[in-house]
Design a protein around this ligand. Structure first.
Ligand code: NAD
Ligand code: TYD
Length: 355
């Protein structure tokens, strides 16, 4: 691979993936980062790579077919890694339109451009989620053969994009691979998602808003481990194959929030008012909230030799330390759009969850 097109490279996972490729794999080709720069993107995250001759940034919207075609005309793209998406479930409940446009139509445009590239295109890797499989009960795991049963507009739009990618492989012979992974956490995550939101609220002594009874279970994957998995599949995966990626760290949300509160007490110092666990506030549940996700990721382990390196304890400690250290990054993403979202979703700033 000499020219990799990464979409959504200014978002949380894209930033970590690009850093992994350019800093840790020895890649000596060109990496083109196509990103629209929505509210979820922060170009500051990659500012130090601007001088790297292997790195190019193109601001483009996947919903603009001509713009996508131009990127393929301007660069000899031979591999695609597709991260760009609208990615927040709560936003998809309030306004599904952008999810349909970017996640489905945007993926279609990218597939068409990749198809037009013909034999030059060696690999199209699509990054998806375990949420396409729906919700589990107390037991069981999602395998690569679990039937799709998406429950939110977000997961339905991701499921649709997965089906399109698969169809392009079957119908046109596009050399695709897919990964479906569990909840990521780590540096550079926009603070609307559970872990960074709780870290920052805990730090600032604000309420920690836990949905429902706090017993919904997620499997947490450290984002650098996700980046190594995507690179492994990109470079060694089998055409047409799907790989589940998980962190092997299943926890109920309340337990995650308690651990964050304790870590912030330890790393930022105790509050005179008492332990930050006391900031937990139960708030009304998310509509249609999936109860449990859990991933069986034996395929990628057995076939490609990948394993997550970070335990939840080590990964969470690194993550909390990063957010405490990078207040400059945090302030940057707390823009007007972020404020508006927090206020419409969680209520007025007076309720205590304003960033
Ligand atoms: P993110 O929301 O942090 O970043 C998304 C990026 O895509 C942003 O930089 C944004 O500007 C860009 N983008 C959005 N719409 C675009 C458009 N129309 N054209 C071009 N760029 C656009 O998302 P993330 O958490 O980094 O997730 C990346 C991918 O991984 C997504 O496909 C998501 O579905 C998947 N995923 C995420 C998680 C997770 O826990 N974050 C878990 C499983 C799968
Ligand atoms: P989130 O980070 O939004 O990821 P996803 O919905 O894709 O799993 O949420 C993770 C879990 O945390 C999910 O069960 C919803 C819950 N949650 C809260 O309890 N409070 C919050 O403020 C947020 C954002 C999420």
């Amino acid at each position: 691979m000499e020219c990799i097109l990464v979409t959504g490279g200014c978002g949380f996972i894209g930033v970590n993936f690009i850093r992994h490729v350019l800093e840790e794999t020895g890649f000596d080709g060109v990496l083109v980062n196509l990103d629209k720069l929505t509210y979820a993107a922060n170009p500051l995250s990659l500012a130090d790579l601007e001088g790297d001759p292997r790195y190019r940034f193109v601001r483009a919207d996947l919903c603009d077919r001509d713009a996508v075609d131009r990127v393929f005309a301007d660069h000899p793209v031979d591999a695609v890694v597709h991260f760009a998406a609208e990615s927040h479930v709560d936003r998809s409940i309030r306004g599904p339109g952008a999810f349909i446009h970017t996640n489905i139509v945007g993926t279609f445009h990218l597939l068409e451009a990749a198809r037009a590239a013909g034999s030059r295109l060696k690999r199209f890797h699509h990054v998806s989620t375990d949420e396409v499989f729906g919700s589990l009960g107390e037991t069981g795991f999602f395998t690569e053969d679990t039937p799709y049963h998406p429950n939110s507009p977000y997961s339905a739009s991701k499921a649709a994009s997965d089906h399109l990618v698969r169809a392009y492989a079957h119908t046109y012979g596009l050399p695709v691979t897919l990964t479906n992974c569990s909840n990521n956490y780590g540096p550079y995550q926009f603070p609307e998602k559970l872990i960074p939101l709780m870290i920052l609220n805990a730090l600032e002594g604000r309420p920690l808003p836990v949905y429902g009874d706090g017993q919904n279970v997620r499997d947490w994957l450290y984002v650098r481990d996700h980046a190594t998995a995507v690179w492994r599949v990109l470079t060694q995966g089998q055409d047409g194959r799907t790989y589940n990626v998980g962190g092997i760290n299943e926890l109920p949300n309340l337990e995650v929030v308690h651990r964050i509160a304790d870590l912030v007490d330890e790393l930022a110092g105790a509050r005179p008012e008492g332990p930050r666990r006391g900031l937990v506030t139960f708030v009304p549940d998310r509509p249609g909230h999936d109860r449990r996700y859990a991933i069986d990721c034996r395929r990628i382990q057995e076939e490609l030799g990948w394993r997550p390196e970070e335990s939840f304890d080590t990964g969470l400690r690194r993550t909390v330390a990063w957010y405490l250290d990078r207040r400059d990054w945090v302030e940057q993403v707390r823009s007007g759009e972020y404020q508006t979202w927090i206020e419409t979703h969680y209520g007025a700033p007076a309720e205590g969850v304003r960033a």
